[in-house]
Design a protein around this ligand. Structure first.
Ligand SMILES: *Cc1c(COP(=O)(O)O)cnc(C)c1O
Length: 410
């Protein structure tokens, strides 16, 4: 049986070559790639200025700190209820209160929910584009401007995609990028990179002061090998990752450091440059794969690709199962059929009224393989397996009651 795996990165030889050269030359932490990446990103996101960092969350931390000094009485930050949990932790660790906004069908923050949460304590709104699907950010930008509230364009999952003629990441006061696993530009895991994009020039002084002279991230050589072993080569290395970790500990290599603010390491910056060179190809493949899933599934009314639109880039393909179907049961039968899946993010507290839609949608989402090794035949097989599993886990009668409206149901 052919196994169909999730993918963590779309890498060519160029990414490996850049990384191994940094290792061989002993330029893992510092080196010329950092400056080159700074220039490359600043050019891409002009007239904004880019500051490459070790994490996307480092950019959020720095931005919130700067915002806080500008509006001392404001301590609430609005974020969507469906989001990467590290964002929730980052906001709280920075000393702010999190207010959760609901999401729409596209899994993105709902502008009307943002508007109802705004008050005179609101410091900022964080607007992510989940799995690359653009949020309704122009509307939210206008709302934030009118309310004199800061806005972070959280483009962690998407690099180089335009929306209404502007690159995602350039809306609001600052933008953020992340280069962690399963994003668009991937250099590794946990601290492999990210960037702060400065859009509002009034903040230039404070932001550049906070980002300048940050040390380059350390221990990235071991982190890189860990990424290869436990993510990129997982299908070959299997459970040996466990022994690898034991060996790693026994040799006292790279102890887990507390998350600290740092600039991106040279090794990771080199990989990021190679990834940015290949962005058009990476985008094109993902557009095609989303299209193939949509075409396969539109015959089955009950399963949706909720973020799909013709020609739209999606970094990951999420399927929305019908209400009442257990995502766990579907995932188990897919696993037996050789298809690896993942669940979506879990909303923080279930049954909260302010985000009932997020709570309802999140538990019905499964991620299916969408890496560059996935062919049209694979997509067909995966979709057949999903359908078979749905048939066996719910009575067909139940499904026929449900009608699903997809804007692009062809
Ligand atoms: C991954 C992610 C982040 C955080 O990025 P890190 O580099 O892991 O800190 C922030 N926002 C969103 C939407 C993300 O997906």
């Amino acid at each position: 049986m052919r196994h169909r795996h999730l993918s963590y990165a779309d890498w060519s030889r160029a990414e490996y070559a850049k990384a191994f050269l940094s290792l061989i030359l002993g330029e893992v932490s510092d080196g010329e790639h950092i400056k080159k990446l700074t220039e490359r990103l600043s050019k891409l996101y002009a007239p904004g200025v880019a500051y490459p960092l070790n994490f996307g969350r480092s950019a959020i931390r720095i931005a919130l700190k700067v915002f806080g000094t500008r509006r001392p009485g404001c301590d609430e930050v609005i974020i969507p209820a469906y989001i990467c949990p590290s964002v929730i932790d980052t906001v709280r660790d920075a000393g702010f209160k999190v207010r959760f906004a609901d999401i729409g069908d596209d899994l993105n923050i709902d502008p009307s929910s943002v508007a109802t949460l705004l008050n005179d304590k609101t410091l900022a709104v964080i607007v992510p584009h989940m799995y690359g699907c653009p949020a309704r950010i122009t509307e939210i930008e206008a709302v934030c401007q009118a309310a004199r509230v800061f806005m972070i364009d959280d483009a962690a999952q998407v690099v180089g995609i335009e929306h209404e003629g502007r690159l995602l990441g350039t809306f609001g006061d600052v933008g953020i990028l992340s280069f962690a696993q399963s994003k668009t530009v991937v250099t590794g895991v946990r601290g492999s990179g990210g960037a702060l994009l400065l859009n509002n020039q009034d903040l230039t002084c404070d932001i550049s002061k906070a980002c300048h002279d940050l040390p380059a991230a350390r221990h990235r050589g071991q982190a890189f090998l860990h990424f290869l072993w436990n993510y990129m080569w997982l299908r070959y290395t299997g459970t040996s990752g466990y022994y690898f970790a034991r060996l790693h500990d026994a040799l006292h290599l790279g102890k887990q450091e507390a998350e600290h603010l740092a600039c991106i390491a040279n090794l990771d910056a080199g990989v990021a440059l190679a990834q940015i060179d290949r962005l058009p190809l990476i985008h094109r493949r993902k557009v095609l794969i989303a299209e193939m899933y949509f075409e396969e599934l539109k015959k089955l009314q009950e399963i949706r690709v909720p973020q799909y639109a013709p020609g739209r880039y999606l970094s990951r393909v999420m399927l929305l199962l019908p209400p009442g179907v257990s995502a766990d049961a579907v995932r188990t039968s897919l696993k037996i059929a050789g298809v690896e899946t993942r669940v979506g993010y879990q909303p923080p507290i279930a049954n909260e009224r302010s985000f009932s839609s997020a709570a309802g949608i999140a538990k019905r989402l499964i991620e299916v393989p969408s890496g560059s090794d996935i062919s049209a035949i694979d997509v067909q097989k995966i979709c057949t397996a999903v359908r078979d599993s749905l048939r066996s886990h719910s009575s067909v009668g139940d499904l026929s009651h449900e009608t699903y409206q997809t804007p692009y149901q062809g």
